[in-house]
Design a protein around this ligand. Structure first.
Ligand SMILES: [Zn+2]
Length: 330
């Protein structure tokens, strides 16, 4: 059984956790830390299968043992899944912790969104982590392990899932025959995914891709129109007066990413972009403006986000942006 067959990239995890499970030297608690969509659940599920498998020599791919099949279907009684659990959940875990597993040799607890546990819940859990029965394994999934109590972190090994490259994501889509239609749209989705396969799949499975493209077009329009600093700038900004504060904040945040790309391509062409899908496109736009001008508008838009965060309303924020743009023009 190749335990982490199906996990893309993340060679460290395949080596460390994979070997630990193969040699039955795994610990009783792991914190799996990583950004949204980078495979935390996949790691926890595959590790659970590796630990619980009834026949590691034969169990693989389409030929799964009964237990692995159940884990794949989320129907194994001994793999319990909790989301953003509370003190009551921890109490329940504590009550049943010493009961024997129902159908496997181990009991596994997968605690999703572990960082949302409040201190009380974490302290309650700590007792279970300190002296767990030998046949219990915890996987705490979180985006940021530093939010967890040091006492929790010190009792678990931290494993980090890494963002994937564009090539790894595309290879996964090809291998799994995921259809994505327009290749340009796919590029747009991947560039905004920050290496999160989960995000890409989510976008492809929904109608969100269309609004993503629109948002990105709008951000590019804002970025360029501020730099142009002519009559079109005011028209563009006025067209945003009816946006909600959250939507404008999102748009400003995307605009910053566009400016970041533009500033970077002026220095080097050997770069991983975060907004534009090609260096050529980013360079051709950026070539018309100086780095200092790009950075000036970067800081203006950043101030706009600060203002929105301090409860400035949408029209006021946009009016200051117009005023500041015009100052720069003189
Ligand atoms: Zn199996």
């Amino acid at each position: 059984m190749d335990i982490f067959n199906g996990l893309i990239g993340n060679e460290d995890i395949k080596n460390t956790l994979g070997n630990a499970i193969t040699n039955s030297e795994f610990l009783h608690a792991y914190i799996i830390e990583g950004a949204y969509g980078t495979g935390k659940h996949t790691v926890a599920r595959l590790a659970s299968m590796g630990i619980m498998c009834q026949n590691r020599n034969l169990c693989n791919g389409d030929n799964r043992c009964n237990i692995c099949q159940k884990i794949l279907n989320d129907s194994c009684a001994d793999v319990r899944f909790y989301d953003a659990f509370k003190v009551d959940d921890v109490r329940k875990i504590k009550e049943e912790l010493y009961e024997s597993p129902t159908e496997c040799d181990y009991k596994i607890y997968i605690l999703n969104n572990a960082e949302k546990m409040n201190v009380k819940a974490q302290n309650a859990l700590l007792i279970s982590l300190e002296e767990p029965p030998p046949n219990v394994v915890f996987f705490l999934l979180c985006t940021d392990a530093t939010v967890l109590l040091e006492t929790i972190r010190s009792r678990a090994q931290i494993i980090r899932t890494k963002p994937l490259t564009t090539e790894q994501i595309k290879a996964y889509l090809d291998e799994n025959k995921v259809s994505y239609g327009d290749a340009n749209v796919l590029d747009e989705i991947i560039i905004s995914s920050n290496g999160s396969l989960g995000y890409v799949l989510d976008m492809l499975n929904s109608s969100k891709a269309e609004s993503l493209i629109k948002d990105r077009e709008k951000a590019a329009e804002l970025a360029i129109s501020l730099l142009k600093n002519d009559n079109s700038t005011i028209t563009t900004l006025y067209s945003m007066f009816n946006m909600t504060r959250d939507k404008l904040k999102e748009l400003f945040a995307l605009t910053l990413v566009a400016y970041r790309d533009m500033a970077v391509v002026k220095k080097t062409k050997n770069v991983t972009l975060c907004f534009f899908t090609s260096v050529k496109e980013a360079s051709s736009i950026a070539s018309k403006y100086s780095v200092s001008k790009i950075l000036y508008y970067y800081s203006m838009v950043e101030k706009g986000i600060d203002a929105l965060n301090s409860n400035s309303n949408v029209p006021n924020t946009l009016v200051s942006l117009i005023t500041n743009s015009q100052k720069k023009g003189k």
